[in-house]
Structures are given as C-alpha cells and as structure tokens.
Write a protein that binds this ligand. Sequence first.
Ligand code: HEM
Length: 331
Amino acid sequence: MATRCCAALLLPMALVLFAGSSPPVLAQLELGYYSKTCPNVEAIVRKEMEKIISAAPSLAGPLLRLHFHDCFVRGCDASVLLNSTAGNRLSEMDATPNRSLRGFGSVDRVKAKLEAACPNTVSCADVLTLMARDAVALAKGPVWAVALGRRDGRVSSATEAAGQLPPSYGDVPLLAKIFAAKGLDLKDLAVLSGAHTLGTAHCRSYAGRLYNFSSAYTADPSLDSRYADRLRTRCRSVDDDDAVLSEMDPGSFKTFDTSYYRHVAKRRGLFQSDAALLADATTREYVQRIATGRFDDEFFNDFSESMVKMGNVGVLTGAQGEIRRKCYIVN
Ligand code: HEM
C-alpha cells in the first residue's frame, strides 16, 4: 500500500467557527482528540477497513462518496446515515441523489467495533471521516492526518439535501457556487472531482448525455463520440433499468490514481460535471497538468488537503449534537 503523505499531515488543527446561540464560539477539531478516551480508534477503524476492502475492493468508492454527501448537507455530522422514521419520513438518505449511496452496513460494522472498545465515545461523523480516509489509502491513494472531535447531528432531511448536492449535469458556474457555499474553491472542485478515479455509476446519471441531449445533437458534443457509442451499449435509453454499472475511470476504478484526469482530458469523463472541468480555464489547466502523469504526488497532496477542508465543513463540536450509539438512529 502506498504511504505517500502530504502537507495536510502538517496541519496542526482545524479551526471551525460556528454560529450557535449567542455568543459565537470557536470550536476545534484536534489530531489525537480521542487519545485518552479511545486511544486505539484509528487502529480499530483501519483494521476493520482492511477486512472490508479486501473482501469487497469496490466499496472504497462508495465509502468515500458517503463522506462527501454527508459533509455537503448540514456539514459532516453523519446526518446522511440516519434512517427515515415514522416521525421523519424522508431523511437525507432518501433524497434522490442519495439513493445510489452504498456502504451503510460497513459503517455500522465499524461503529459496532468502536462501541465495544469505547462505548458512547466516538461519533459516527468521525467514523465516516476515518473510513473515507482509509478507503482512499487502501485503494493505493494518499494518507492524510484526520483531526477528530466531530459530533453527530440529530436532524436529517431529504428536502434539504436536494439543493446542496452537485448534480451530474452541473457546469462549472453551478458547481463552483455549490462548492463555495461549503467554503471550497475552484481548485477544490478540480481536485475533489478526482475522487471519480474510484467507483461506478448508474445509467441514469449519464444517460442524458447520450440521448436527445439537445435539438442539434443526439449526444453531448463535449463527449468523445466513440466513447459515447461504447456507453450506449451499456446504457440503452434514458429509462434503462440501471442493471449495468459503468466504471467512471475505466480500467482502474478500484485504484486511486490519476487516470481519471487522462479520461477527462480526452473528453471521456462520464458526467457533464467531469466534462465541464475542461470548459473553465482554471479547472482545465489542473486537469491537463495532472493528466500528463508527471504530477501524481502533487495530486495526492492536493487531494489530501482538499479532503481535510471538506471534512471540516459545518462540523458540530463541543456540546453540540450527540455521540450516536448506532449510526442509523438518534439516541
Ligand atoms: C463535482 C461534483 C460532483 C458530482 C456532480 C458528482 C456526481 C456523481 C454521480 C452522479 C455519481 C454516480 C452515482 C450513481 O449513478 O451511482 C458519483 C459517484 C461517485 N462520486 Fe461523485 N460527484 C461529484 C463530486 C464528488 C466528490 C467531491 C467526491 C468525493 C470526494 C465524489 C466521489 C464519488 C465516488 C467515489 C463515486 C462512486 C460511488 C460508487 O462507486 O458507488 N464525487 N458522483
């Protein structure tokens, strides 16, 4: 496994300003937050993740995506893990973009191990952050230090999720706006899109590019036409039943590497949001630079830094929220 590491390791602390009831409080996530209360937390997560990924390597992508979808709605507070209930009929996980999320069972499994070792101590939000980090590392990607101390939210709403997650048809102005609302910039957009080096997608996520894209073209003109032909054999109509999954980084979808950027540079990114990276000067320059294959370490370093930023979005700390005993239900 690669152990290349990063500037993010050197970040001593993540400072998070949150506005509660008056007065505003400066809260902190800390490296080693559980050093006294659950000193083996990272080793326990890592050991379980090694078992999970060695049994099902294709789970690395879904576990990384879970963390992203959690952080973009109400911050990284594990609200995406809460089941719908009689009192809350549509929780975040039932929002349309979240219906394709996977890996919930793995989170429950890791959380159960932690509850056995250190009851009522480690939040589900921290578990998810660590699992995403380890998923990338076990897929041969970079390793970064994770500041901990996130608390779990008690609110989870599908309606709220709808507007905050970037759609696959997004162009750069729209994606940049959604990222900026989370304190993430254009570079973070170019860098974090590189997560699409892992995982697979359903036909409905890109079918719109293949059929009736506009009155002038049958397919999205920003998609390589031969690649579009190949995709049409897997995704037969906009109403395809989704039985067939497509790799977003064909050939290495279980390995965290830079080949995603080579696909995008060749107009073979799967989603419009991937293709859109070529339409803006800043993101295009980044795609083309990393696509050369000469700056893999730079990408690993950038990805680590952007993941630390994303992992700090809107976190609950101190006395906010709770430490959930089970990740799918509030205490
Ligand atoms: C830039 C805006 C983004 C858009 C529009 C987007 C959209 C999507 C869509 C539509 C899928 C396929 C869902 C399916 O059909 O099953 C997907 C998959 C995925 N996304 Fe993104 N995404 C974005 C950013 C990110 C970020 C920031 C991350 C993580 C840091 C990420 C990680 C993933 C992963 C790992 C998968 C594969 C999941 C699997 O294998 O089940 N994405 N994304």
